[in-house]
Design a protein around this ligand. Sequence first.
Ligand code: PLP
Length: 389
Amino acid sequence: MPKPSARISGIVPSGKDGWEVHFAAMTRKQAGEDIIMLSVGDHDFDTPSETVEACVDAVRAGYHHYTQLPGLPRLRAAMARISTRCSGVDTALSEIIATPGGQAALYAAVQATHDPGDHAVVVAPYYATYPGTFRAAGAGYTVVEAHASDGFQPRAQEIETALKPNTRSILINTPNNPTGAVYSRKCLEDIAELCIRRDLWLLSDEVYWTLGGGEHVSPRALPGMAERTLIINSMSKSHGMTGWRIGWLTAPADLVSLVINLNLVTTYGLTDFVSRAAIEALENDFGVEWIATTYAGRRSLFVDQMRGLNNVTVRGSEGGMYVMLDVSAIEPDCEKFAWDLLEAEKVAVMPGKSFGDAAAGHIRISLCQPDDVLREAAGRLRRFANSYE
Ligand code: PLP
């Protein structure tokens, strides 16, 4: 075969990718072992039935055709209304482009703001696709770690020391995957001040914004930030639609016009009937409150179950779909901890260091299981932790 491009070959460098415990557990579960999977971030429940019905109606009604490149106007208008609600800043249809999921919005955001050879700062712990998304754009990046002792709130001064003359952006994610940290207003104000002073884009991944358990603060709402903030949004988590692949980017209108050209050469617009169902789901908030309440309930259930353990500490974990546990008092090597837990108690978790060094010594618990399963898993984890007392 002729030589593939170095850029595409380098998106996911070969070797370990951090998912080894998960895949081993999955194989054993499929072979019949009683393993509780707390390692993946996909809902255990189906998409709300109203959304499914809207999609079936759209398929039957003949919505089988190409749609406009930036998304159907009614879809963009519905997304703009949600962005206004999410960020607190009036958002126009021209500032929205629909994408097949939040990941595609992130890809578009990075492509739109970086040339090959440019540099970015990525705050860790981070979602696993971030490095590859910069590599796909031919851009370099420096990882700046938020500290467990700060509840995983990043420090703007530390971000500043990582800036280079060719740095174009900072990428943050709140509520955060994997830590569940919800960045404070002060933390976002400090990062915003830095972006303005150093003339940087801020890429703000807010796909968990409905799962923050309180007021959502978006950096787009801070003074001077609307013109330099790109928000990555998605219906995967908020509306229970992971497999539908629908999300959007909120960005300055001039940048959106350029991203439309990217859609021309990549997606060529979204799926017609999925777009129609998404309009109904967005206009009627199908599932949003129930999903947010469900995860809030699961989070407090799990965190409560961890109380009283001397060698396990909850960090971050204010929002999103995850709880982060510091297990370094039991085993500093979190990957070994995850393997030992799987062996001893048949619970699969993600080692924190799969998400960057900042989360070493931790494990990430996914809350994508019903209450009774989470209670059983927490019981197994307690027994495992107590065996080290
Ligand atoms: N950003 C974060 C932080 C995520 O956790 C995920 C998915 O888990 C995504 C983006 C991508 O979401 P989507 O399913 O909308 O592509």
